[in-house]
Write a protein that binds this ligand. Structure first.
Ligand SMILES: Cc1cc2nc3c(=O)[nH]c(=O)nc-3n(C[C@H](O)[C@H](O)[C@H](O)COP(=O)(O)O)c2cc1C
Length: 542
């Protein structure tokens, strides 16, 4: 078997063995080993820490400016504005506590609140600090300086990109999720990357900046840029490179999607500092995660631009400000089983998940659109209960019709939205049951499964496995914010029974697979929890 075929086979095998079934969950510890719980924050010990300023709240930017590109003022790339960008994407959103226990929540959500995603920035010379590579430390809202760059290198970068800007990279620590979720953790880490990527896009847009994914770069190149080859990692606690984005003014549209090797080789001459902190005292070796990681390493590829439709949004005006929505985003832990949303709210939320040219976050340049939504409508006034399907890219429509049950109605319910009724009926129990029996699937106003074009994408390139999860995470982030904007609340659902979802559709091959679920409705607050401001802990240590 050649190398590519082996990688495809291993990726598909990983996916298959990490499915949850009614009769068997994917392999996991089955209990929480609190003694080895990973430290929730990564620090690079021994580095210089650059405290970032906290910002005054801005309640004046309207909600629609999260999405549309033409309205936000273009800010300069100063430390002050980079601080705002980070605080509103990867920063802390609150602390929660019960007697004897306190934990941080972040602007970006994460499966089990385990936060495997780390952010690294490559910044040019600024008045406060010379150019270099920095790790974002959300606990202190600070940048840890891991390396300094010669200014000549930045001159070269600016010549190549023909504009000013900076870079942000995401990486994952698989152990953080594997500690709780075992073999399925690789999937969750990549959902989280997608959520973080969307969060960065929204936050950058509020600064008048655009985030462009450098889709031609290889993981090996990114590793060199981040100096990961030179870090002494504790066994099982390595950060694996996910992606690199260029953050630039929204006014500059043509951006190269790679780095010339001449610039990359400059990075390998740089001395990196800092020792990653230890996260756990002991680990379990989930070797299938190492194997799927190796099978899905991204090689260097052609630069690829993606064209999308230019349509206007259904809903542009809502009372909350853009920043308020970002800050108040939370996951519902339970739903009231009665909140009914209106049809226009429902359609407006779905509409925001459609890709559009020059609109956040799907214009980041990730990939072709592969993910569609299977909707379980429970409580939406003016929309009958039932099973619906949102075809996010109608090029797949005919194939979807062929692959699913022939009895599905495929009745378009609201031109111009590509939303189809498949079957009327009460799916509340079904939705809860396929969500690993979690009531949040059925007690909401609606829930959904994200159905991705699968087999074909993995066979084209196994690293697409990761990109598919990123796309679902980005959709999840949009839904989280939309839920808040419409006065309800959302929750990502990584735990679902894979094949039973496919059976509902009548899907009996791997052409499409459900990769992530989501639910939106009227939340029930857990009144036992106390809430504290996001950075109150810094007052005590400053
Ligand atoms: C990828 C992903 C999968 C998740 N899966 C579930 C789930 O199956 N059940 C659940 O109750 N919450 C789930 N959540 C919600 C997380 O537990 C929640 O994001 C985390 O506790 C942080 O809380 P916050 O979202 O309020 O910041 C998921 C979140 C993400 C991002």
């Amino acid at each position: 078997m050649n190398e590519l075929d082996s990688k495809i086979e291993r990726t598909l095998a990983y996916h298959e063995r990490t499915k949850h079934h009614y009769y068997r969950y994917a392999r996991a510890p089955g209990y929480m080993d609190w003694d080895t719980q990973p430290h929730p924050f990564r620090f690079y010990e021994g580095t210089k820490s650059l405290k970032l300023p906290h910002i005054k709240k801005d309640e004046s930017t309207p909600y629609i400016q999260l999405y549309e590109r033409h309205c936000n003022l273009v800010r300069e790339f100063s430390l002050e504005h980079i601080s705002v960008f980070l605080e509103l994407s990867m920063g802390l959103s609150a602390w929660k506590s019960i007697p004897d226990h306190k934990w941080a929540l972040r602007i970006n959500p994460s499966s089990g609140n385990l936060h495997p995603t780390e952010a690294h920035l490559i910044l040019p010379d600024m008045k406060e600090e010379p150019a270099g590579v920095f790790h974002y430390d959300p606990f202190h809202h600070a940048l840890e300086k891991r390396a300094e760059h010669p200014q000549i290198m930045w001159a070269e970068i600016e010549r190549y990109f023909e504009t000013k800007g900076f870079f942000i990279a995401l990486s994952s620590i698989y152990w953080r999720e594997a500690w709780k979720y075992g073999e399925r953790a690789f999937r969750y880490c990549h959902h989280d990357v997608g959520h973080a990527l969307a969060a960065l896009n929204f936050s950058a847009n509020l600064q008048g900046w655009k985030v462009t994914y450098l889709n031609a770069l290889s993981d090996e190149e990114l590793k060199a840029i981040l100096g990961f080859n030179t870090v002494t990692w504790k066994n099982h606690e390595e950060e694996y490179p996910d992606l690199l984005c260029f953050v630039h003014s929204r006014e500059k549209s043509k951006i190269p999607l790679s780095f010339p090797s001449k610039i990359i080789s400059c990075f390998s001459d740089i001395k990196f500092q800092g020792m990653p902190n230890s996260l756990s005292s002991d680990h379990v070796d989930w070797d299938v995660i190492t194997d799927v990681f190796k099978a899905t390493i991204k090689p260097k590829t052609e630069e690829k631009k993606y064209e999308m439709n230019e349509t206007s949004y259904l809903c542009k005006e809502l009372p909350l400000s853009a920043e308020q929505i970002i800050r108040q985003r939370r996951s519902a832990v339970a739903f009231d089983g009665k909140t009914v949303i209106t049809k226009s709210q429902f359609l407006a939320m779905l509409d925001k998940t459609l890709p559009r040219q020059q609109c956040v976050p799907f214009d980041v340049g990730l990939s072709d659109i592969c993910v569609h939504l299977l909707l379980f409508v429970h409580r939406v006034e003016g929309v009958e209960q039932g099973l619906y399907f949102l075809v996010r890219d109608e090029k797949d429509l005919n194939q979807l019709k062929e692959k699913f049950h022939s009895q599905h109605q495929w009745e378009k319910i609201n031109e111009p939205l590509p939303l189809y009724l498949l079957k009327k009926g009460d799916f509340r129990n079904t939705a809860a049951s396929v969500s690993c029996g979690q009531d949040i699937g059925g007690d909401s106003s609606f829930s959904l499964g994200m159905i991705a074009r699968f087999d074909e994408e993995i066979k084209k390139a196994p690293h697409n496995y990761r990109t598919l999860f990123w796309e679902t995470g980005m959709i999840g982030q949009v839904l989280y914010l939309e839920a808040e904007a419409h006065g309800v609340r959302g929750t990502g659902i990584g735990c679902f029974f894979d094949d039973p979802v496919h059976e509902i559709l009548g899907l009996n091959d791997n052409s499409y697979q459900s990769l992530y679920h989501f639910t939106i409705g009227g939340a029930v607050e857990d009144i036992r929890l106390m809430t504290h401001p996001p950075y109150h802990h810094l007052e005590a240590i400053s």
